[in-house]
Design a protein around this ligand. Structure first.
Ligand code: NAD
Length: 506
């Protein structure tokens, strides 16, 4: 069986702890790889390699750092199909979805190639006579990334290319459920010419993450994953006085107004609720039907019933299996809870299976109606192909429902009213809003954070502003030459705001 190595100081080496994790194929549950987890010594080695490499890397010309990203982008594009296949096999995603996962990551690398313009400081001339003030933007040191299973290409690529382009060293701890894709990304980064040690990949679970979080040489922590772990990581990292940004879970609502284009709304809800088996942080898991649009629910159910799960290279499949047997058991348990709570089951995917792959983690599209906010299926992020339908009488009721939800990752509205769309855009308390489309994936030249329980940390998060997360700004005030006969120190000089000239500002 394939052994998943660590990537430390430019070399592949097996983890030296006494624990191993088996990576399984979600469509069969057959083992596909074995990960020897990192020991404390391995983690120390990874951090120390990143620290040594960073001391030199931060001095490398910024245009050369940008050029590494250009070479990396080129290699990723060249290997797009190969990465997508590895990703599809270990996550269970269908190939088209897997390609999208990789492509979104490539876009971040493209963005990182613009690093020179993103790291520019500011200048003010003559803050006092002969004194200028300017700021420079500098890297932090060694940054840590902890990533989830559901986007094993895109999410690591949200983090290390930007952090490294800024001049940092990086340690990545990818999800232990699908580490093959991140390892391929690291290999291509080396091939692109990345210096040894600047990116390191280690493996593990809570034990390794907690050790890394406590390490004094880790300066900033980027995390993407579930709410409970996100809260733990945010608390631990900030308790250690580290900078932290934690993207967490979601319960994304889509509001369907009666004046919406019916076919457009229904078609988009199908893909947004069961695509990637509902294992997207941007999946729509609650559809809020306003007034007469509630009559469209049976048609939506028919369309969802026609979407079939299948293995990654089955071109007729709409989505694949869930990542693990545990994930499947959790989703089935929540479906049972929903039934007991009194929600109407309009479509039940609990018994769905795929011929020749009966051992896979299959759950078919499932739809509940009459869902109430106090039900578990409404309160919990199910992370499966399950759509909860809620009926309300008015737009205001829909808006109040969405805003009362403790999550705020993404939302969308379908309507032909510009007024309603504008009000939703302005008044909804959610980080990403789709209008007449399901929630779009964030683009790196914008910034993005979830709101409320979907994000913990400061706002220097994904995309454009991530450069601010991975850097510090230093402000310098300089007197470039001495005035003749003037030996005042800078502070006194600053007090004189102008040369000998009469200025009347009133
Ligand atoms: P997870 O929280 O179980 O794991 C994420 C990472 O944390 C993994 O690397 C894992 O090894 C590590 N981890 C797990 N338990 C830990 C613990 N107790 N202490 C320290 N580290 C621990 O998440 P997942 O199941 O891999 O991913 C799915 C979740 O990620 C969903 O909740 C989804 O909404 C969320 N997600 C959010 C976004 C976003 O942008 N907000 C994007 C993708 C996924």
């Amino acid at each position: 069986m394939q052994i998943v190595h660590q990537f430390i100081d430019g070399e592949l080496c097996p983890g030296r702890s006494d624990k191993q994790i088996v990576v399984t194929d979600p469509a069969t549950n057959a083992p596909i790889a074995n990960i020897p987890l990192s020991s404390h010594q391995d983690l120390d080695d990874a951090i120390s390699a990143a620290k040594s490499a960073q001391r030199l890397w931060k001095k490398v010309a910024i245009s050369e750092r940008a050029r590494l990203m250009l070479r990396y982008q080129h290699l990723l594009k060249e290997h797009h199909e190969q990465i997508a296949q590895v990703l599809a096999k270990e996550t269970g995603k269908i190939l088209e979805d897997a390609k999208g996962d990789v492509w979104r990551g490539i876009e971040v690398v493209e963005h990182a190639a613009n690093i020179a313009s993103m790291m520019m400081g500011e200048t003010a001339e003559n803050v006092a006579p002969n004194i200028d003030t300017y700021s420079i933007v500098q890297p932090l040191g060694v940054c840590l990334g902890i990533t989830p299973f559901n986007f094993p290409a895109m999410i690591p690529l949200w983090m290390f290319p930007l952090a490294i382009a800024c001049g940092n060293g990086f340690v990545l701890k990818p999800s232990e459920q699908d580490p093959l894709t991140p390892m391929l990304l690291a290999d291509l980064f080396k091939q692109a010419g990345a210096p040894d040690g600047i990116l390191n990949v280690v493996h593990g679970d809570a034990t390794q993450v907690n050790y890394l979080l406590e390490h004094p040489d880790i300066k900033a922590v980027s995390f993407v994953g579930s709410v409970a772990v996100g809260q733990h990581i945010y608390r631990t990292a900030t308790h250690q006085m580290k900078r932290a940004q934690c993207f967490a879970g979601a319960k994304n609502h889509s509001v369907v107004m009666p004046d919406a284009n019916k076919q457009q709304a229904i078609n988009q809800l199908v893909g947004a609720s069961v695509g990637a088996a509902g294992q997207r942080c941007m999946a729509i898991s609650v559809a809020v039907f306003v007034g007469e649009s509630q009559q469209w629910i049976p048609e939506l159910v028919d369309k969802l019933a026609a979407v079939k799960p299948g293995v990654w290279d089955d071109e007729t499949a709409g989505f694949g299996p869930l990542i693990s047997t545990n994930a499947k058991q959790r989703v089935l348990r929540l479906i049972e809870i929903g039934k007991r709570e009194g929600a109407q089951v309009l479509l039940d995917g609990s018994e769905v299976s795929v011929p020749n792959f009966e051992n896979g983690n299959w759950v078919g599209p499932t739809v509940f109606s009459d869902v109430k906010p106090d039900m578990e299926i409404y309160k919990q992020e199910i992370f499966g192909p399950v759509l909860c339908c809620v009926g309300v009488d008015s737009f205001d009721e829909a808006l109040a429902l969405v805003n009362a939800n403790p999550y705020g990752n993404g939302t969308s509205i379908f309507t032909s009213s510009g007024h309603i769309a504008k009000r939703y855009q302005s008044e909804v308390e959610v980080g990403q809003v789709g209008i007449n489309l399901p929630i779009p994936v964030p683009l790196p030249f914008f910034s993005f954070t979830g709101w409320k329980n979907s994000f913990y940390g400061d706002l220097h998060a994904y995309g454009k502003q991530a450069v601010r997360f991975y850097t510090e700004t230093k402000t310098i005030t300089a007197r470039w030459f001495e005035d003749e006969g003037n030996n005042d120190d800078a502070s006194e000089n600053e007090a004189k705001s102008s040369p000998n000239m009469t200025i009347n500002l009133r």
